[in-house]
Design a protein. Structure first.
Lengths: 101, 230
């Protein structure tokens, strides 16, 4: 009928790996946040693919809820970043070590 | 390595489908792409996704990273269209590209952090090679684990719910109707909880980003005295 699901799963795995790599490599807090979004989208693609393979709408329902939670997460995370930048003009994650014991 | 993994994965999922047997007799609904055009759409989406992801990781300027993130999200939406998830493709564009990336760009501009990442001495020696190595380990782990049988199978329907717990994907209705019926019936309570979650997120954002010294619309003592003095 169409492209086999394994291709989508491999693509999603590669995207997840890229997001994880970026989260570890980059030191700008905002870019690290974007890499988290990359990983979330990889998982969304996996959800939709498995939903199609199993003929179950539940995969798409899960993606719907992931979208809502991702929106809330971004709002709160960016608010934290704004509050953090206001206190100290720190652009990198290495500068945020106030909680270190 | 990929060439070895792909046929195994394809065979594995063919086995899953043969076992569940739900897709074989499911009536296809709506507009289905042909085989060749589905591949074309898949490849276009994959190129968009991967180029955007590499852009997010490699580009220096955070504004450029946000714009490359849009490319990746567009590619994901293309893949959703390819998989007949029409509603999610539209929502992906509207919510992610229209709201979340705009929020990212707004914060970048607002904070003025669109300068280059400082290339100062790294606190952790060899962070970059270790990070790339760990990324490859993550990818290999996912690919290897997905070859293990029954790692990724879930509830595949039974006689009571032939199309799975949430409802069949290939019903007579359109994608939006099917999704809406599932969300508003079986997943009504989680759906209501998302409303509470969004309210909590809005309140949290206001509380977190509010300046402590002066509430918006509230004048300080000096400002009040200056107004009275005039």
């Amino acid at each position: 009928m169409s492209v086999p699901g394994a291709w989508y799963l491999v693509l999603a795995a590669v995207l997840f790996g890229l997001g994880a790599t970026g989260l570890l490599v980059r030191r700008n807090v905002l870019v690290m946040f974007m890499c988290v979004e990359l990983m979330l989208n990889a998982v969304n693609l996996t959800f939709v693919t498995f939903g199609r393979l199993q003929n179950d709408i539940g995969g798409q329902v899960s993606v719907f809820f992931v979208l809502v939670v991702a929106a809330a997460e971004v709002v709160v995370g960016l608010a934290i970043i704004v509050a953090m930048f206001r206190r100290r003009a720190a652009a990198t994650a290495d500068d945020i070590h106030s909680l270190k014991g | 390595m990929l060439g070895a993994v792909l046929p195994a994965l394809a065979g594995f999922h063919a086995g899953v489908l043969a076992n569940s047997g739900v897709l074989a007799n499911a009536a296809s609904s709506g507009v289905r792409l042909g085989h060749a055009s589905a591949w074309v759409v898949f490849v276009i989406g994959a190129v968009l996704i991967l180029s955007g992801a590499f852009g997010v990781i490699l580009l220096r300027n955070p504004v450029h990273c946000a714009l490359m993130l849009v490319v990746t999200l567009l590619g994901i939406a293309v893949e959703f269209v390819d998989e007949a998830a029409d509603f999610l493709a539209a929502v992906q564009i509207i919510v992610y590209a229209g709201a979340i990336v705009i929020l990212f760009l707004f914060v970048i501009m607002f904070l003025g952090v669109d300068r280059r990442e400082s290339a100062g001495p790294e606190r952790m020696k060899a962070q970059r090679p270790l990070a790339v190595l760990l990324g490859f380990v993550t990818l290999a782990e996912i690919l290897v684990l997905s070859r293990v049988q029954h790692w990724s199978t879930g509830y595949a329907g039974n006689s009571q719910y032939p199309g799975g717990f949430a409802g069949p994907l290939n019903s007579r209705d359109q994608n939006v109707q099917t999704l809406g019926q599932s969300i508003y019936t079986r997943y009504l309570l989680p759906f209501e909880m998302t409303a509470a979650l969004l309210v909590i997120a809005v309140v949290a954002a206001v509380v977190l980003s509010r300046r402590q010294e002066s509430v918006a619309g509230e004048m300080s003592v000096e400002e009040q005295e200056s107004v009275v003095g005039e």
